[in-house]
Write a protein that binds this ligand. Structure first.
Ligand SMILES: CC(C)(COP(=O)(O)OP(=O)(O)OC[C@H]1O[C@@H](n2cnc3c(N)ncnc32)[C@H](O)[C@@H]1OP(=O)(O)O)[C@@H](O)C(=O)NCCC(=O)NCCS
Length: 215
């Protein structure tokens, strides 16, 4: 059974995966100044559609909700580690309401205003310089390069925001995410209950290797 609404952590958009493993990131006092996102670029997807890659805005809430609602149950399970009927509302509201701090979100926005995908990074409490990421591409738009573009831009913005390590939790069955993360220099640093913990050390120097050497 998936998490109930009350079990969903609005910060990470995850809850108990049904095995008792809680993946929530707890709130804690944070001292870092607000990231100033500089990203704003056009991106040509394999479909020929041109997306604008830019920070999420307050006015994006409805488009985010729509994007999450158009994702398959399986993709939502891969993202949330369980079934969450409230995820589209809770997380769209959460992302659209970000005001900086140690958190940012970047979207791929179609000319129509529809959102094709969103990546989110949040600083880890008590671990200065460390962030966790999560990403979701609309199910019918997968395989067009949107996920790779968003991940690359998230890593660049993480460096600009002062993060030195970016972590992620990925279900072992999530081949697409594990392959994409591997291409971007992420390495596996742990595993628990069918979820792989991955990490990358993004660098301001684009020629430097980004991944951790080993677990
Ligand atoms: C993982 C995810 C973000 C990838 O986004 P995407 O836009 O489909 O990915 P891209 O088209 O940019 O592909 C990038 C790379 O990922 C890998 N990949 C993507 N889809 C794949 C698939 N079905 N099978 C194997 N590898 C795949 C490939 O290495 C690919 O590189 P290539 O295009 O050069 O072959 C997307 O599948 C998704 O949103 N999944 C559901 C949510 C989720 O799992 N989030 C991660 C946990 S937070």
């Amino acid at each position: 059974m998936g998490p109930r609404a009350a079990d969903i952590d609005a910060r990470s958009g995850r809850g108990d995966d049904g095995t008792g493993r809680q993946v929530a990131i707890m709130d804690a006092p944070l001292s870092r100044s607000a990231p100033l996102l500089s990203i704003d670029r056009a991106f040509l997807a394999r479909s020929g559609e041109v997306y604008r890659i830019r920070p999420i805005r307050r006015s994006d809430e409805a488009a985010l909700r729509d994007m999450f609602r158009r994702c398959s149950a399986e993709d939502l399970r891969l993202r949330c580690f369980g079934i969450s009927k409230t995820f589209p509302e809770v997380f769209a509201n959460r992302l659209a309401g970000l005001t900086g701090g140690t958190e940012f979100a970047i979207a791929a926005v179609a000319p129509s205003g529809e959102i094709g995908g969103v990546v989110h990074a949040v600083g880890l409490p008590g671990a200065a310089g460390d962030a966790d990421y999560d990403i979701m591409v609309r199910t019918d738009l997968k395989g067009q390069g949107i996920g790779a573009r968003l991940m690359r831009d998230m890593l660049s913005e993480a460096v600009r925001s002062g993060f030195t390590a970016v972590h992620g939790d990925v279900m072992m069955a999530n081949r697409a995410m594990l392959l994409l993360a591997g291409d971007l220099g992420f390495r596996r640093i742990g595993m628990e209950g069918g979820v792989v913990r991955i990490a990358a050390h993004p660098s301001a120097d684009p020629s430097a290797p980004r991944g951790l050497a080993d677990a």
